[in-house]
Design a protein around this ligand. Structure first.
Ligand code: NAI
Length: 486
């Protein structure tokens, strides 16, 4: 359903009114298209947090330097790897410093990487070396001067390290980055987004972060903000064809006849996968239409059927490279009014069938090594929702599933397991929600608008990339940084 308010605030009088009345001012999001595959502008690469950054004098110096860079409106091509305001503090102590390939990874994002810029399209701040409270001053010094000059629809990615169980100063400083990123996400505005990516230390290379940075620093992540992503030290598989990274892989998407599932199938097909689109026999015609449009193979099948895993395996004789559990239902009622049937059917479709088919397909080897399993949670599973004890339980269960199985599936089968947790997405389901609740759902996030099915699909495609091996056991909220459960 069209978001008329977003349309209205896209006009000059609408913008004026929204400003005067203190109403939300959503910025139209720029999403991926063949014509706009990249962000506009440059990628500003900054570093914070060497040993020197931890003392106040150095901090003041860094801040002055960073400010000078911006005030000078310095040329946008100081060269890859040359750090800007905090250049004096770059170096030792960072887990993914340029020496371990970060500069090379950033160069692969497709934007000119610079050390200074007067209007960057994206900023990456390597804060992995921030180990003290005083060192956090470097983060302020690096971003304070540039945050206002970031181009609309820009991206800020802070690279952090895992908080250490053995060093509470480092843990405090690194945890501080989470509060920082979530707050900046709420205030940055103009369709820009802010994320924290925790990269492993101990000699891991930046290569493991390549697919994540490509996603976050692109129009594909338009509706993802305020997120914390923790990468493992797994070695990424190579991408042989960047234009079709999933070429040669078979992807099965459940609930693919319409809505988010159809968008997932479409994006995976765009990325080169052979897609099998599964949905219940009751929507066979819609499924066949969607499959024909995408060049996919339809598989009419109820995912709760006892032989579902066998039939999926039979439909993909060469094995599955990507398995996307998207099918889901709601049967809302307050617990006091909820008959057992409503409870059971939601748990069965949304959670139990996911557990069952995942176990059987993994055990039987139908999901091949290097495979990717992506399940669908919801922010309802994080925040809870009135009338949705069954649905929220099922979606929280998905979160438990991916966090527990991810590491073991990687060790035993070479497969990653992750989940998307969509917020308010514009689908038939949300179009049916009463007007005021729908409006609240749309505006109660940092981007002041609902997401589109393609936003969820792009996140699934990021998990599915061959070089996303280090992305495992993660739950990515695709919710515009919704206030719910935040
Ligand atoms: P939708 O209702 O438009 O599509 C769901 C699809 O799953 C339908 O085509 C349906 O036939 C299929 N399906 C249902 N039961 C099935 C079964 N037993 N076997 C095979 N297929 C089955 O829903 P939408 O909005 O596209 O949601 C997709 C997923 O995203 C669901 O898991 C939903 O819970 C989740 N989600 C959606 C949000 C939204 O705002 N639309 C928000 C958060 C999560």
């Amino acid at each position: 359903m069209a978001d008329r308010y977003l349309h209205l605030t896209g006009t000059a009088p609408g913008r004026f009114l929204a400003r005067r009345l203190g109403l939300p001012q959503p910025a139209p999001l720029r999403r991926w298209s063949p014509e706009t595959p990249r962000l506009e502008g440059t990628l500003l690469h900054l570093t914070a947090g060497s040993g020197a950054g931890a003392d106040a004098g150095a901090r003041a110096q860094a801040e002055a330097g960073a400010r000078a860079d911006v005030e000078a409106g310095a040329g946008a091509d100081a060269g890859a790897g040359a750090h800007g305001g905090t250049e004096a503090h770059a170096g030792a102590g960072t887990a993914v410093g340029a020496g371990s390939g970060l500069a090379e990874v950033l160069a692969g994002v497709g934007l000119p990487v610079v050390g200074r810029a007067d209007r960057p399209g994206a900023v990456v701040l390597d804060a992995t070396g921030v180990t003290t409270a005083a060192g956090l001053g470097d983060v302020h010094a690096a971003l304070h001067p540039v945050v206002r000059s970031l181009a609309p629809g820009g991206r800020v990615v802070v690279l952090g390290a895992a908080p250490s169980p053995d060093d509470h100063h480092q843990a405090a400083a690194q945890q501080a980055l989470e509060g920082f990123v979530r707050s900046l996400g709420k205030e940055i505005g103009r369709g820009s987004t802010v994320q924290l990516v925790r990269v492993p230390g101990g000699g891991a290379t930046a290569q493991g972060a390549a697919s994540t940075l490509r996603f976050l620093l692109s129009p594909r992540s338009a509706y993802v903000s305020g997120q914390v992503i923790e990468l493992t030290d797994a070695t990424p598989e190579p991408v042989t064809d960047p234009a079709a990274p999933l070429a040669g892989r078979t992807a099965l998407v459940t609930g693919a006849a319409r809505g988010i599932g159809a968008a997932v199938a479409s994006v995976l097909a765009r990325d080169g996968a052979r897609v099998i689109a599964l949905d219940v026999p009751g929507v066979r015609e819609e499924l066949e239409r969607t499959a024909a449009r995408l060049g996919a193979t339809p598989l009419p099948l109820d995912i709760t059927a006892p032989d579902a895993a066998d039939r999926i395996a039979a439909a993909a004789p060469d094995g599955l490279g990507v398995l996307v559990h998207n099918a889901g239902i709601t049967r809302d009622r307050r617990l006091a009014n909820m008959p057992a049937e409503r409870w059971t059917s939601v748990i069965d479709v949304n959670l139990d069938s996911v557990l069952r088919t995942t176990d059987e397909l993994l055990k039987g080897g139908a999901v091949t090594r290097g495979g990717r399993i992506v399940a669908t949670a919801s922010i309802a599973g994080i925040a809870g929702n009135t009338g949705q004890t069954n649905y929220a339980a099922s979606k929280a269960g998905i979160i438990g599933l991916v966090r527990s199985l991810g590491p073991r599936a990687a060790a035993d089968h070479g497969v990653t397991v992750n989940a998307v947790a969509p917020g308010f997405i514009e689908t038939k389901m949300t179009a049916a929600v009463p007007f005021f609740i729908r409006e609240a759902g749309r505006r109660m996030n940092s981007l002041s608008q609902g997401g589109l099915p393609v936003d969820v699909a792009e996140a699934v495609a990021w998990f599915a990339q061959p070089d996303s091996t280090a992305v495992n056991g993660q739950v990515l909220r695709v919710c515009g940084q919704s206030l719910l459960g935040a």
